[in-house]
Write a protein that binds this ligand. Sequence first.
Ligand SMILES: NC(=O)c1ccc[n+]([C@@H]2O[C@H](COP(=O)([O-])OP(=O)(O)OC[C@H]3O[C@@H](n4cnc5c(N)ncnc54)[C@H](OP(=O)(O)O)[C@@H]3O)[C@@H](O)[C@H]2O)c1
Length: 286
Amino acid sequence: MILVVGGTGTIGSEVVRLLQEAKLPFKALVRDATKARELNARGVQTAAGDLREPRTLPAALGGVDKVFVVTPLVPDQVQMRAALITAAKTAGVKHFVMSTGIGAAPDSPVQIGRWHGENQKQVQESGMAWTFVQPGFFMQNLLMYAQAIREKGEFYMPLGEGKVGWIDARDIAAVAVQVLTTPGHENQAYPLTGPQALSGAEVAAALSAAAGRPVRYVAITLEQAKQAMTGMGMPESLADAMNELYALAPPGYLAGVLDTVPKVTGRPARTFAEFAKAHAAAFGAA
Ligand SMILES: NC(=O)c1ccc[n+]([C@@H]2O[C@H](COP(=O)([O-])OP(=O)(O)OC[C@H]3O[C@@H](n4cnc5c(N)ncnc54)[C@H](OP(=O)(O)O)[C@@H]3O)[C@@H](O)[C@H]2O)c1
């Protein structure tokens, strides 16, 4: 039995969909009763639990031999995952699969990489078999700008002219499900990118093609990005941590392209054009 933690989010909802499609035994840890009812109505088994309430985890982990976890980018994500790692080890979980981020390591030069790396180290020291799914920037991040794209034909990011190896979150989930359901992935880290590195202008061109109207990339400064992120309610410490990542784009550090998705899943990684087409209505297509 697999326990999916984060199954209502961007990556996790696709993990749930794929596991259900494959008719594999799993349950999703859900903290929100309304979301649990929605999943139950679709035939998904749920376990009530909250990573911020560690006492809820032993019951959810009953009968579980594999865990998949993805947490949101929040200030206490290290503690949230630490609670789950401890509870999983105590419950006798055999294989712990965690979605972190590309380059995650305790000595990463960026804060978010160190946060992910701290939890990776904890899993590696736990004695459970482990697999880390380590994606780069998600194509789905562009959905945050969908309203601005529909209304103004613009989106704003601090990437300069740098290219990014954008990955579709559906491919991150496909890798995770392959890891959970086929042998040979124990004690491996899988850094993941999409099939091409694209500049902001190239992303805009793909969005324009899908939406059927002009979309323009506006390069903003890191300070403007910080104001936008904190304006949406993000704590300043997280906005600074995000800016450390964005600052890697202009010098080209996010432009790498890896073949891990096709190697693990046996099919090509989705292109940005495929992502844009799948969300064409959100980006303003008639
Ligand atoms: N976006 C990117 O470009 C990017 C790139 C690389 C790595 N990452 C990493 O990817 C992760 C985010 O992935 P995502 O976008 O798929 O996440 P997401 O959409 O924010 O989903 C987070 C999931 O965690 C659940 N959750 C939140 N708090 C919880 C709690 N206290 N107990 C149990 N479950 C809880 C949420 O449930 P609710 O529905 O109840 O909120 C949701 O299912 C972060 O670690 C980030 O650093 C992101």
